[in-house]
Write a protein that binds this ligand. Structure first.
Ligand SMILES: Cc1cc2nc3c(=O)[nH]c(=O)nc-3n(C[C@H](O)[C@H](O)[C@H](O)COP(=O)(O)O)c2cc1C
Length: 191
């Protein structure tokens, strides 16, 4: 690095702008014959084997009870060209809207869970609740990915990354390799 970045005081309530990593995902669910979708930015990989993902689903969302009761969901990753769909889904309530129909999305039957995949997304991960201990305290769900469906190309699709206050950036830029530096985590580097 040639120059120091010159940091200044910054309001702690806005640090999400820098920490929310994305990519933004669409979480599909199904409970008692009804499907739903919500937009989500607050998620993190927690473990590779088993494949664990932690995420916040606010209890005010219709998806919260649907997922808690059915114990499953599908985490789908949209490409950047789906930005208006992502925003629309994140600004409507499943109790009032059939989001598959309203946003012209196609549900596809999953192989291991009751919730549907979203056909338009380039990746869909079928998930089951792995640990429910933190749901009451933090609306924090820990899912185990039990099946993954991913389009092989493009290898690094353009994804959406949310910074709060309605602002997104696009991911999937030029791939930069440092694979030879990964002497400690060889298995991670080879995939
Ligand atoms: C870009 C974006 C990211 C969001 N991230 C989350 C999130 O991580 N967790 C959450 O509970 N809600 C999040 N939301 C809000 C929900 O998607 C929103 O409340 C939605 O209307 C919930 O739908 P539902 O009530 O049908 O479940 C996000 C919304 C947007 C637009």
């Amino acid at each position: 690095m040639s120059r120091l970045p010159g940091k200044r005081d910054f309001p702690v309530e806005h640090i999400r702008r820098y920490l929310e990593p994305g990519p933004v995902v669409l979480v599909s669910s199904q409970w008692r014959g009804k499907t739903n979708i919500m937009t989500m930015g607050w998620h993190t990989v927690m473990e590779f084997t088993p494949s664990l993902i932690g995420c916040v689903i606010a209890s005010s969302n219709d998806s919260f009870e649907m997922i808690r009761k059915s114990k499953v969901c599908v985490i789908n990753i949209p490409t950047a060209d789906m930005i208006d769909t992502v925003v629309g889904i994140g600004n409507t309530d499943g109790s009032e809207t059939d989001k598959f129909e309203t946003f012209g999305l196609h549900p596809r039957k999953a192989t291991k869970v009751g919730a549907p995949l979203i056909d338009e997304c380039f990746a869909s991960f079928e998930c089951r609740i792995h640990d429910a201990k933190m749901i009451d305290a933090y609306d924090f769900f820990i899912f185990k990915v039990v099946k993954a469906h991913v389009a092989p190309r493009p290898r690094y699709p353009k994804t959406l990354h949310y910074h709060g206050q309605g602002i997104f950036t696009e991911g999937g830029g030029k791939a930069v390799s440092r694979v030879r530096g990964f002497t400690k985590y060889r298995d991670t580097a080879t995939f």
